[in-house]
Design a protein around this ligand. Sequence first.
Ligand SMILES: Cc1cc2nc3c(=O)[nH]c(=O)nc-3n(C[C@H](O)[C@H](O)[C@H](O)COP(=O)(O)O)c2cc1C
Length: 375
Amino acid sequence: MTVTVSDATRATQVLSRPVTLNGLTVPNRIAMAPMTRMFSPGGVPGADVASYYARRAAAGVGLIVTEGTYVGHESAGQSDRVPRFHGEDQLAGWAKVVADVHAAGGTIVPQLWHIGMVRNHGEAPYPDAPPMGPSGIRVDGTEGAGHAMTQPDLDAVIAAFADAAAAAQRLGFDGVELHGAHGYLLDQFLWSRTNRRTDAYGGDAVARTRFVAEIVRAVRAVVSPEFPVILRYSQWKQEAYDARLAQTPQELEAILAPLVAAGVDAFHASTRRYWLPEFDGSDLNLAGWTKKLTGKPVITVGSVGLDGDFLHAFRGQGAELGSIDNLLERMERDEFDMVAIGRALLQDPEWASKVLAGRFDELKPYDAAALKTLS
Ligand SMILES: Cc1cc2nc3c(=O)[nH]c(=O)nc-3n(C[C@H](O)[C@H](O)[C@H](O)COP(=O)(O)O)c2cc1C
């Protein structure tokens, strides 16, 4: 099946436009979604990791959001193969990643991460560090597997995020993304199931934003005013796909407003399928609602370029729900500003350049074997 010229031109026109996130101009609308790869032994991203990102930047990805990288707090993570964002060797590894991505013409932000109560006892890199979260409750509701964070714990984690953001700017990164999604620490504070605190960090939906807002403020205070601070958040959680922080647009607005006031420059609204409406009565997705309610630039994500329908539609077979036509229509309406691509970019490092040039026939269908290598 051949692609019509108008399909190709339309994709090029819509996706090739630059976009501004605070002081950063991203050359086009395509971002690489953050994806944990576990190819960084000792928490050090090596030359292979730098090439992996640079390859995608050279092939048209406008903004790379790195895999989640642990902030400098002992309980932040539980794998010695996930890159860390503290320590001399680790930061030297990141400096090479930044240099290679910039040399390839791309922009890049690290995704700063603390996993909170997802952590198990006895795991690397700090086996003695305890799991901790807002109330010591796991995402599945289990109690007793860790402890409720004390004020010194909260202060230490806030400082760890600020230190990491300062390091990111020092190393030449173009901004930072805070991982506030998917049931990890920041999201554990936002969610009523995992946050049962009775102090100022718990209570209603607005009170539950306090910890995240304090992190955003602390980050803002150590980076320059034009340095973009992106917050990724989601309704869904690992192990709880149907979870929701907000049942209505009004509830969502109540959660987002204090985060904007704290200094978030852009949101990355994580959904598993970008075409699904978030609330009844409108076909806006979570990113669309986030933009409408905050006025900030927003990145959407979720199964772009993965299924057969998308490829069919690329090949001129009509507008299916998850098709390129649907995506482009939403971007033409300014429902959201950027689209992040995850698995399709693992499969095909040249996904962005092919799409930007309308070479849709060359796209490769996704195969989970792509998860196993860093090619
Ligand atoms: C292997 C893998 C690792 C992931 N790691 C992260 C991560 O570190 N941080 C994060 O916010 N999301 C992570 N995600 C979620 C992706 O960023 C993205 O939201 C999800 O894959 C949906 O996009 P896609 O359908 O284009 O793949 C990961 C996804 C995959 C497949």
